[in-house]
Design a protein around this ligand. Structure first.
Ligand code: ATP
Ligand code: MG
Length: 368
């Protein structure tokens, strides 16, 4: 998969931009706040309809512009294709066209132009709290399995409704009568999430282990453990078994949830651990080990996507290389010899020789 040409109009700080891209490494260089990350955001948005930084679509429209336009000419699924988005600052729905034909939702672009983003926060993901790890897993899995994406959205919707019921109960005790119905639906959709996650984390852990093994010269054995609700004895069990085990757990927390006025248990609290030679990385890992393991995880994510579609997804490295020492930089660069890569950095330094350099100043390009 390749992005050959990018056209932006009134996207973030880009008034107008037309850019030809290299099918290998594209180095995006510029000082702070010039538009480097904005460019990666546009590339990631093209194929997914999702922004990795904006809360609302309107944020991506250049201040006081009537709309933003993004168009990419890509090579994917053995042919030239085009994707075009028009985004509006108010609540007017966005427009999507693929190869000149209007599409109803971003879901129709599934597998056409997926990207993997790697940023400095990802380097700390194995030491952080569970939320960013869960987000990383969910984003990767949503990009691979549209049914998972739909189930996750549904789960979050039911969870929100249940939380509202728990709060409403303080004023209107009768609402607890509808709680069992919400719990039943949570368990049903939750079981599906666990089933998908068990398989995904298993594959991700194995692929990451291979990278970590190469990087550590075979000295460290990387294992990944998916952790879910404690009554689930085997996350690979049939969905019906998972459902009843979730139900069991919810029932035992029924009173506690009423008292604490919040949903205490469920796959929305899932997490995963990484062990190196059987020792928890989160508790005992050194800084270098943590970074190397995180790199292995991200490369594994890219590999799973590549396997799924038979083509490497585009890799977006936002400021990440400058956070790594020379040895880890080389490792990453050696592992990404296939596929298209976009690398942002403030000082080009030793990377300039890699491929095409694109210099950005205040939302404008100066090509070399
Ligand atoms: P750094 O090296 O610090 O990460 P960067 O080159 O990645 O910088 P970006 O995050 O891409 O910088 O761009 C930030 C700039 O874009 C900010 O100055 C911000 O004001 C501007 N910007 C963001 N959204 C909009 C918008 N909707 N309209 C106009 N300008 C915007
Ligand atoms: Mg940036």
């Amino acid at each position: 998969m390749n992005l050959n040409k990018l056209y932006l109009q009134d996207f973030r700080n880009y008034r107008e931009l037309e850019l030809e891209l290299d099918s290998g490494v594209n180095l995006i260089v510029g000082e702070n706040a010039q538009g480097k990350t904005n460019l990666l955001e546009a590339i990631a948005y093209l194929g997914s309809g999702k922004s990795f930084r904006a809360q609302k679509t309107a944020e991506m429209v250049r201040f006081s512009a009537p709309f933003a336009e993004l168009e990419g000419r890509i090579f994917s699924q053995s042919r030239e294709q085009s994707i075009r988005w028009v985004l509006f600052p108010a609540s007017r729905p966005r427009i999507l066209q693929q190869n000149g034909v209007k599409k109803r939702s971003a879901g129709e672009l599934f597998g056409v132009f997926p990207t993997v983003l790697f940023c400095p926060e990802d380097l700390l993901i194995l030491k952080a709290g569970s939320a960013p790890r869960r987000r990383l897993g969910d984003q990767a899995l949503c990009a691979l399995r549209p049914n998972y994406d739909a189930a996750l959205t549904e789960y979050q919707r039911i969870l929100e409704q249940k939380n509202r019921i728990l709060k409403d109960r303080l004023e209107n005790p009768a609402v607890v009568e509808i709680l069992p119905e919400y719990n039943a639906r949570l368990c049903q959709v939750g079981a599906l999430l666990i089933s998908y996650r068990a398989r995904f984390y298993d594959a991700l852990g194995k692929a990451a282990a291979a990278y970590h093994d190469r990087f550590s010269g075979g000295r460290e054995e990387f294992t990944l453990h998916y952790r879910t609700v404690s009554t689930v004895t085997d996350p690979f069990a049939p969905v019906e078994v998972l459902r009843s085990q979730l139900q069991e757990h919810l029932q035992s927390h029924y009173r506690a949830e009423l008292e604490s006025v919040q949903c205490l248990t469920g796959p929305h609290k899932d997490d995963f651990d990484v062990l190196l030679n059987g020792i928890s990385l989160k508790s005992f890992g050194s800084q270098g080990q943590t970074r190397t393991a995180a790199i292995s995880l991200k490369l594994a994510q890219r590999e799973l996507m590549g396997r799924e579609w038979g083509e490497e997804p585009v890799l977006l490295l936002d400021d990440v290389l400058s956070e790594l020492d020379a040895r880890r930089q080389d490792f990453v660069l050696n592992q990404i010899d296939r596929g298209q890569v976009f690398i942002t950095c403030c000082e080009p330094g030793r990377f300039t020789k890699l491929g095409k350099t694109i210099e950005i100043r205040q939302g404008r390009i100066e090509q070399e």
